[in-house]
Design a protein around this ligand. Sequence first.
Ligand SMILES: [Cu+2]
Length: 379
Amino acid sequence: MRKWLQQRFDRRSLLYGGAAFSGGSVLGALALNSRVASQGAPHAGHGATGIAAPDTAGLADHGAHGSMITVGDVDNARNGFDPSVLLTDWDTGNVSKLPDGRTLRTFEVAGVDKEIEIAPGVMFPAWTYNGRVPGPTLRVAQGDRVRIVFRNQGSHPHSMHFHGIHSARMDGVVGAGVIGPGAEYVYEFDALPFGCHLYHCHALPLKRHMHKGMYGAFIIDPDPARHPEHAAVARSRLLGTPENRDWQEFVMVMNGFDTNFDGENEIYAVNTVAHHFFKHPIRIVRSKPVRLYLINVVEFDPINSLHLHANFFDYYDHGTTLTPTLRTIDTVMQCQAQRGILEFTFKDHEPGQYMFHAHQAEFTELGWMGMFDVVEATA
Ligand SMILES: [Cu+2]
């Protein structure tokens, strides 16, 4: 218990600038801050009803009652990726046809060592796929042939282990695709089953390789022709169909970072950067439904969760069914590598800022929280 308390103190004290990072990180970059006092923070909502926004000015005098978030912003250009862009950055590969008429999707992925900024002034020595964390969102259709050319340009052995159905040779574990620096391996398999999946490095020690940033989303859209009983639902999931364009789809990879390598995370986030989606809310058109591909890759903590404010959603565990596995819930928990699809709509809500976050309050305060900015359709 004493150790537990001490660890909690150490992690929490990070917010107050009292804990030392390894690697020369800037201590003053994280500070207790009230939401209203932070530059660029969203305003409280006031919608079409004409109800005025609440007067939040007084919160500045009560910092503990406002939101604790990081101050400033990270340098997305230096990182080479923007968490907001990653929400919808589908990589569908180079498309060609096999002799039997099936679609072949070829992806090229490189393992790269890269220092990234995970909170303002807090640098993390990541191992990445294609220089970004999470790695590219690979999106294919059920039954496609998938070929991934993986080149290890990093300083340690790495692999790509896919959650999916494939042969032992394609599993990305030691002896079947874990390769040393400078080497190359080609993983190839049929895309099955449809769903919301992931890939990650499976070199040892596994939890270290994963938490360093080697993971990404692997989405297999259902083939409507194979699901006549739910063809409309399948079409709505299949990228490029008119039905799919009616949806607002986002990939959220819940991740965490152990910045001082003590086996505890100091930073939590969706798509890597702490509090990013609080400072940069996700624009939602009120009339269109929302679909989240949610994946938990946090190491060192047994579970993670997503709680949606002021609304409820249907949930498809692993995304492998076309009818919900949980209906009308506002919180879902996921263990490591668990994932699923959330579907909801704000069509009956007034426009405004709607929060979402892990319901573990500690994760929230250490970075895992954001906002949806629900607006009227502009067109
Ligand atoms: Cu690795």
